[in-house]
Design a protein around this ligand. Structure first.
Ligand SMILES: C[S@@+](CC[C@H](N)C(=O)[O-])C[C@H]1O[C@@H](n2cnc3c(N)ncnc32)[C@H](O)[C@@H]1O
Length: 459
């Protein structure tokens, strides 16, 4: 299972294990593919997974090395776009108008190679200019050439004078995080996006044995952090045998807030692609997994089959669906802006807008209200999102508790429930909610931003 928290209904292109590209098709040019992805992301607000699925045949036609290069190019572009654009603007008398977006994208593609990927200047410039076809674009080759040549000479000096955390974060997110967490933490979060996130897996059992076999380290509980450069997880021992699934350490925590689930009927609401479903089943629960997306539910079925785990799987809108018999416990992992996952999905910073947060907060409130009716009196409800925004986290819960004061109470989480590591208290708020930030445990590779709160039904 590979994690996908972008709420995208489009699957990431599957890895062909041969890595040789597919069929007799002529392999696609990785730089040209990246240009198309950039357009999909920046001008059509698609996630990288969505954009990649538009170009699946091209992606799969490439050798494994070219696929890795294309991914490196697009992810570095997304992580560093603020600095790249600032450096490009410094090379021009005035900013390029939006009708010249294609020209700007070609310069960006050359710039990322010159500034961050150590591509020899002649190769970065000539391979970019080769992509400038068509009368409207090719007429701008002298401009593109001049900007890229200047970046090859002065680019590193320009970068050294920039504030890389601040410059690479969209302004509205910077302002929001400074007002929510303070400038020091906002900067630490922004800096955490600049490096690729490590790969975490959750094992069904025997974490000590699996951490040795896969040469990783146990973060806590059943979560193992693999060493950098481990490569594509589908090639690793235990994947085909269904012994583990990919899940960020922070994403493995909300399910723990339900306590012992052995023998309990647990509703996993908004379940796809099924990371927490697998965790709850492995912990001994009888799980009903509900999600509204047919396409994503297909992945739950595939993932459970690989992991040889069983759940009742229901495709339904959880704003109105109700179980025939109420659950003992429920986990609502609500759709959200996913701003806690920018390390893994740096493009989200470019496609999300402040108004998305408001709309998602309304959807989460509807889901939470309906989930409140799905559990028995005395039952536990855990609400979680991978957002850093208070409207999707603590403010959502405050509103819910204010409207349901006689029906629900918050049960503060104790750090010992999350595991034994001495640093786990860092992840809890003074109210006893879980509040993971991407900058937590930065020196060990950080973690996704996650919020979770535990409630008990009183009446
Ligand atoms: C954050 S993802 C869930 C991740 C999942 N819990 C896991 O651990 O693998 C949110 C999910 O909410 C689902 N969703 C969005 N709106 C929904 C609705 N009204 N009813 C049910 N599911 C919904 C999306 O399809 C998406 O799969």
């Amino acid at each position: 299972m590979t994690e996908n928290r972008t709420n995208s209904d489009k699957a990431t292109p599957r890895n062909t294990k041969s890595g040789k590209g597919s069929g007799n098709r002529r392999p696609a040019n990785p730089r040209k593919l990246v240009l198309a992805l950039l357009k999909n992301i920046m001008r059509e607000q698609q996630t990288l997974d969505e954009a990649l699925s538009n170009h699946q045949a091209d992606f799969e036609s490439m050798e494994r090395r070219d696929r890795a290069f294309a991914r490196l190019l697009i992810s570095t572009l997304m992580r560093r776009l603020g600095q790249i654009d600032k450096a490009i603007n410094a090379c021009m008398k005035r900013k390029l108008p939006s009708k010249m977006a294609d020209v700007r994208d070609i310069i960006r593609l050359g710039a990322v190679q010159l500034l961050y990927l150590d591509t020899p200047p002649h190769a970065a410039v000539s391979t970019s200019l080769d992509l400038a076809s068509g009368p409207r674009i090719s007429g701008n080759k002298p401009l593109m050439n001049a900007v890229l040549r200047r970046l090859s000479r002065e680019g590193q000096e320009m970068l050294a004078a920039m504030d890389e955390g601040y410059d690479n974060l969209p302004r509205w997110l910077w302002n929001k995080w400074v007002s929510t967490y303070g400038e020091e933490t906002a900067r630490a979060i922004a800096l955490s996006h600049l490096a690729e996130a490590p790969l975490d897996i959750t094992v069904k059992d025997n974490p000590a044995d699996w951490s040795q076999r896969l040469e990783g380290t146990i973060t806590s509980g059943n979560s193992i952090r693999l060493s950098p450069g481990t490569g594509d997880p589908v090639f690793l021992e235990g994947y085909d045998e269904g012994q583990w699934w990919v899940q960020d350490f922070a994403a493995s925590l909300p399910a723990l807030l339900l306590g012992s689930v052995v023998g309990k009927r647990v509703g996993d609401i908004c379940a796809a692609p099924g990371g927490k479903t697998a965790e709850l089943i492995s912990a001994g629960a009888t799980v009903t997994a509900v999600d509204s997306s047919n396409k994503r539910m297909k992945r739950v079925h595939e993932n459970l089959e690989r992991l040889q785990l069983k759940a009742e799987v229901i495709t339904a809108d959880a704003r109105s669906w109700q179980p025939e018999e109420k659950f003992d416990a429920l986990l609502l992992d609500a759709p959200c802006s996913a701003t806690g996952t920018l390390r893994k999905h740096p493009e989200l910073g470019r496609i999300k807008r402040p108004e998305d947060i408001e709309a998602l907060a309304d959807l989460q409130a509807e889901l939470l209200n309906n989930c409140a009716d799905m559990i028995t009196v005395g039952g536990t409800l855990v609400y979680a999102t991978c957002s850093l925004e208070p409207e999707e986290g603590q403010l959502q819960i405050e509103k819910f508790l204010a409207n349901n004061a006689d029906k629900f109470e918050r049960i503060p989480v104790q750090s010992s429930e999350l595991g034994e590591a001495e640093w786990l208290p860092e992840l809890l708020t003074s109210d006893g909610d879980l509040r993971c930030l991407p900058c937590h445990r930065h020196d060990e590779g950080g973690m996704d931003g996650f919020y979770a709160c535990r409630l008990r039904k009183l009446a």
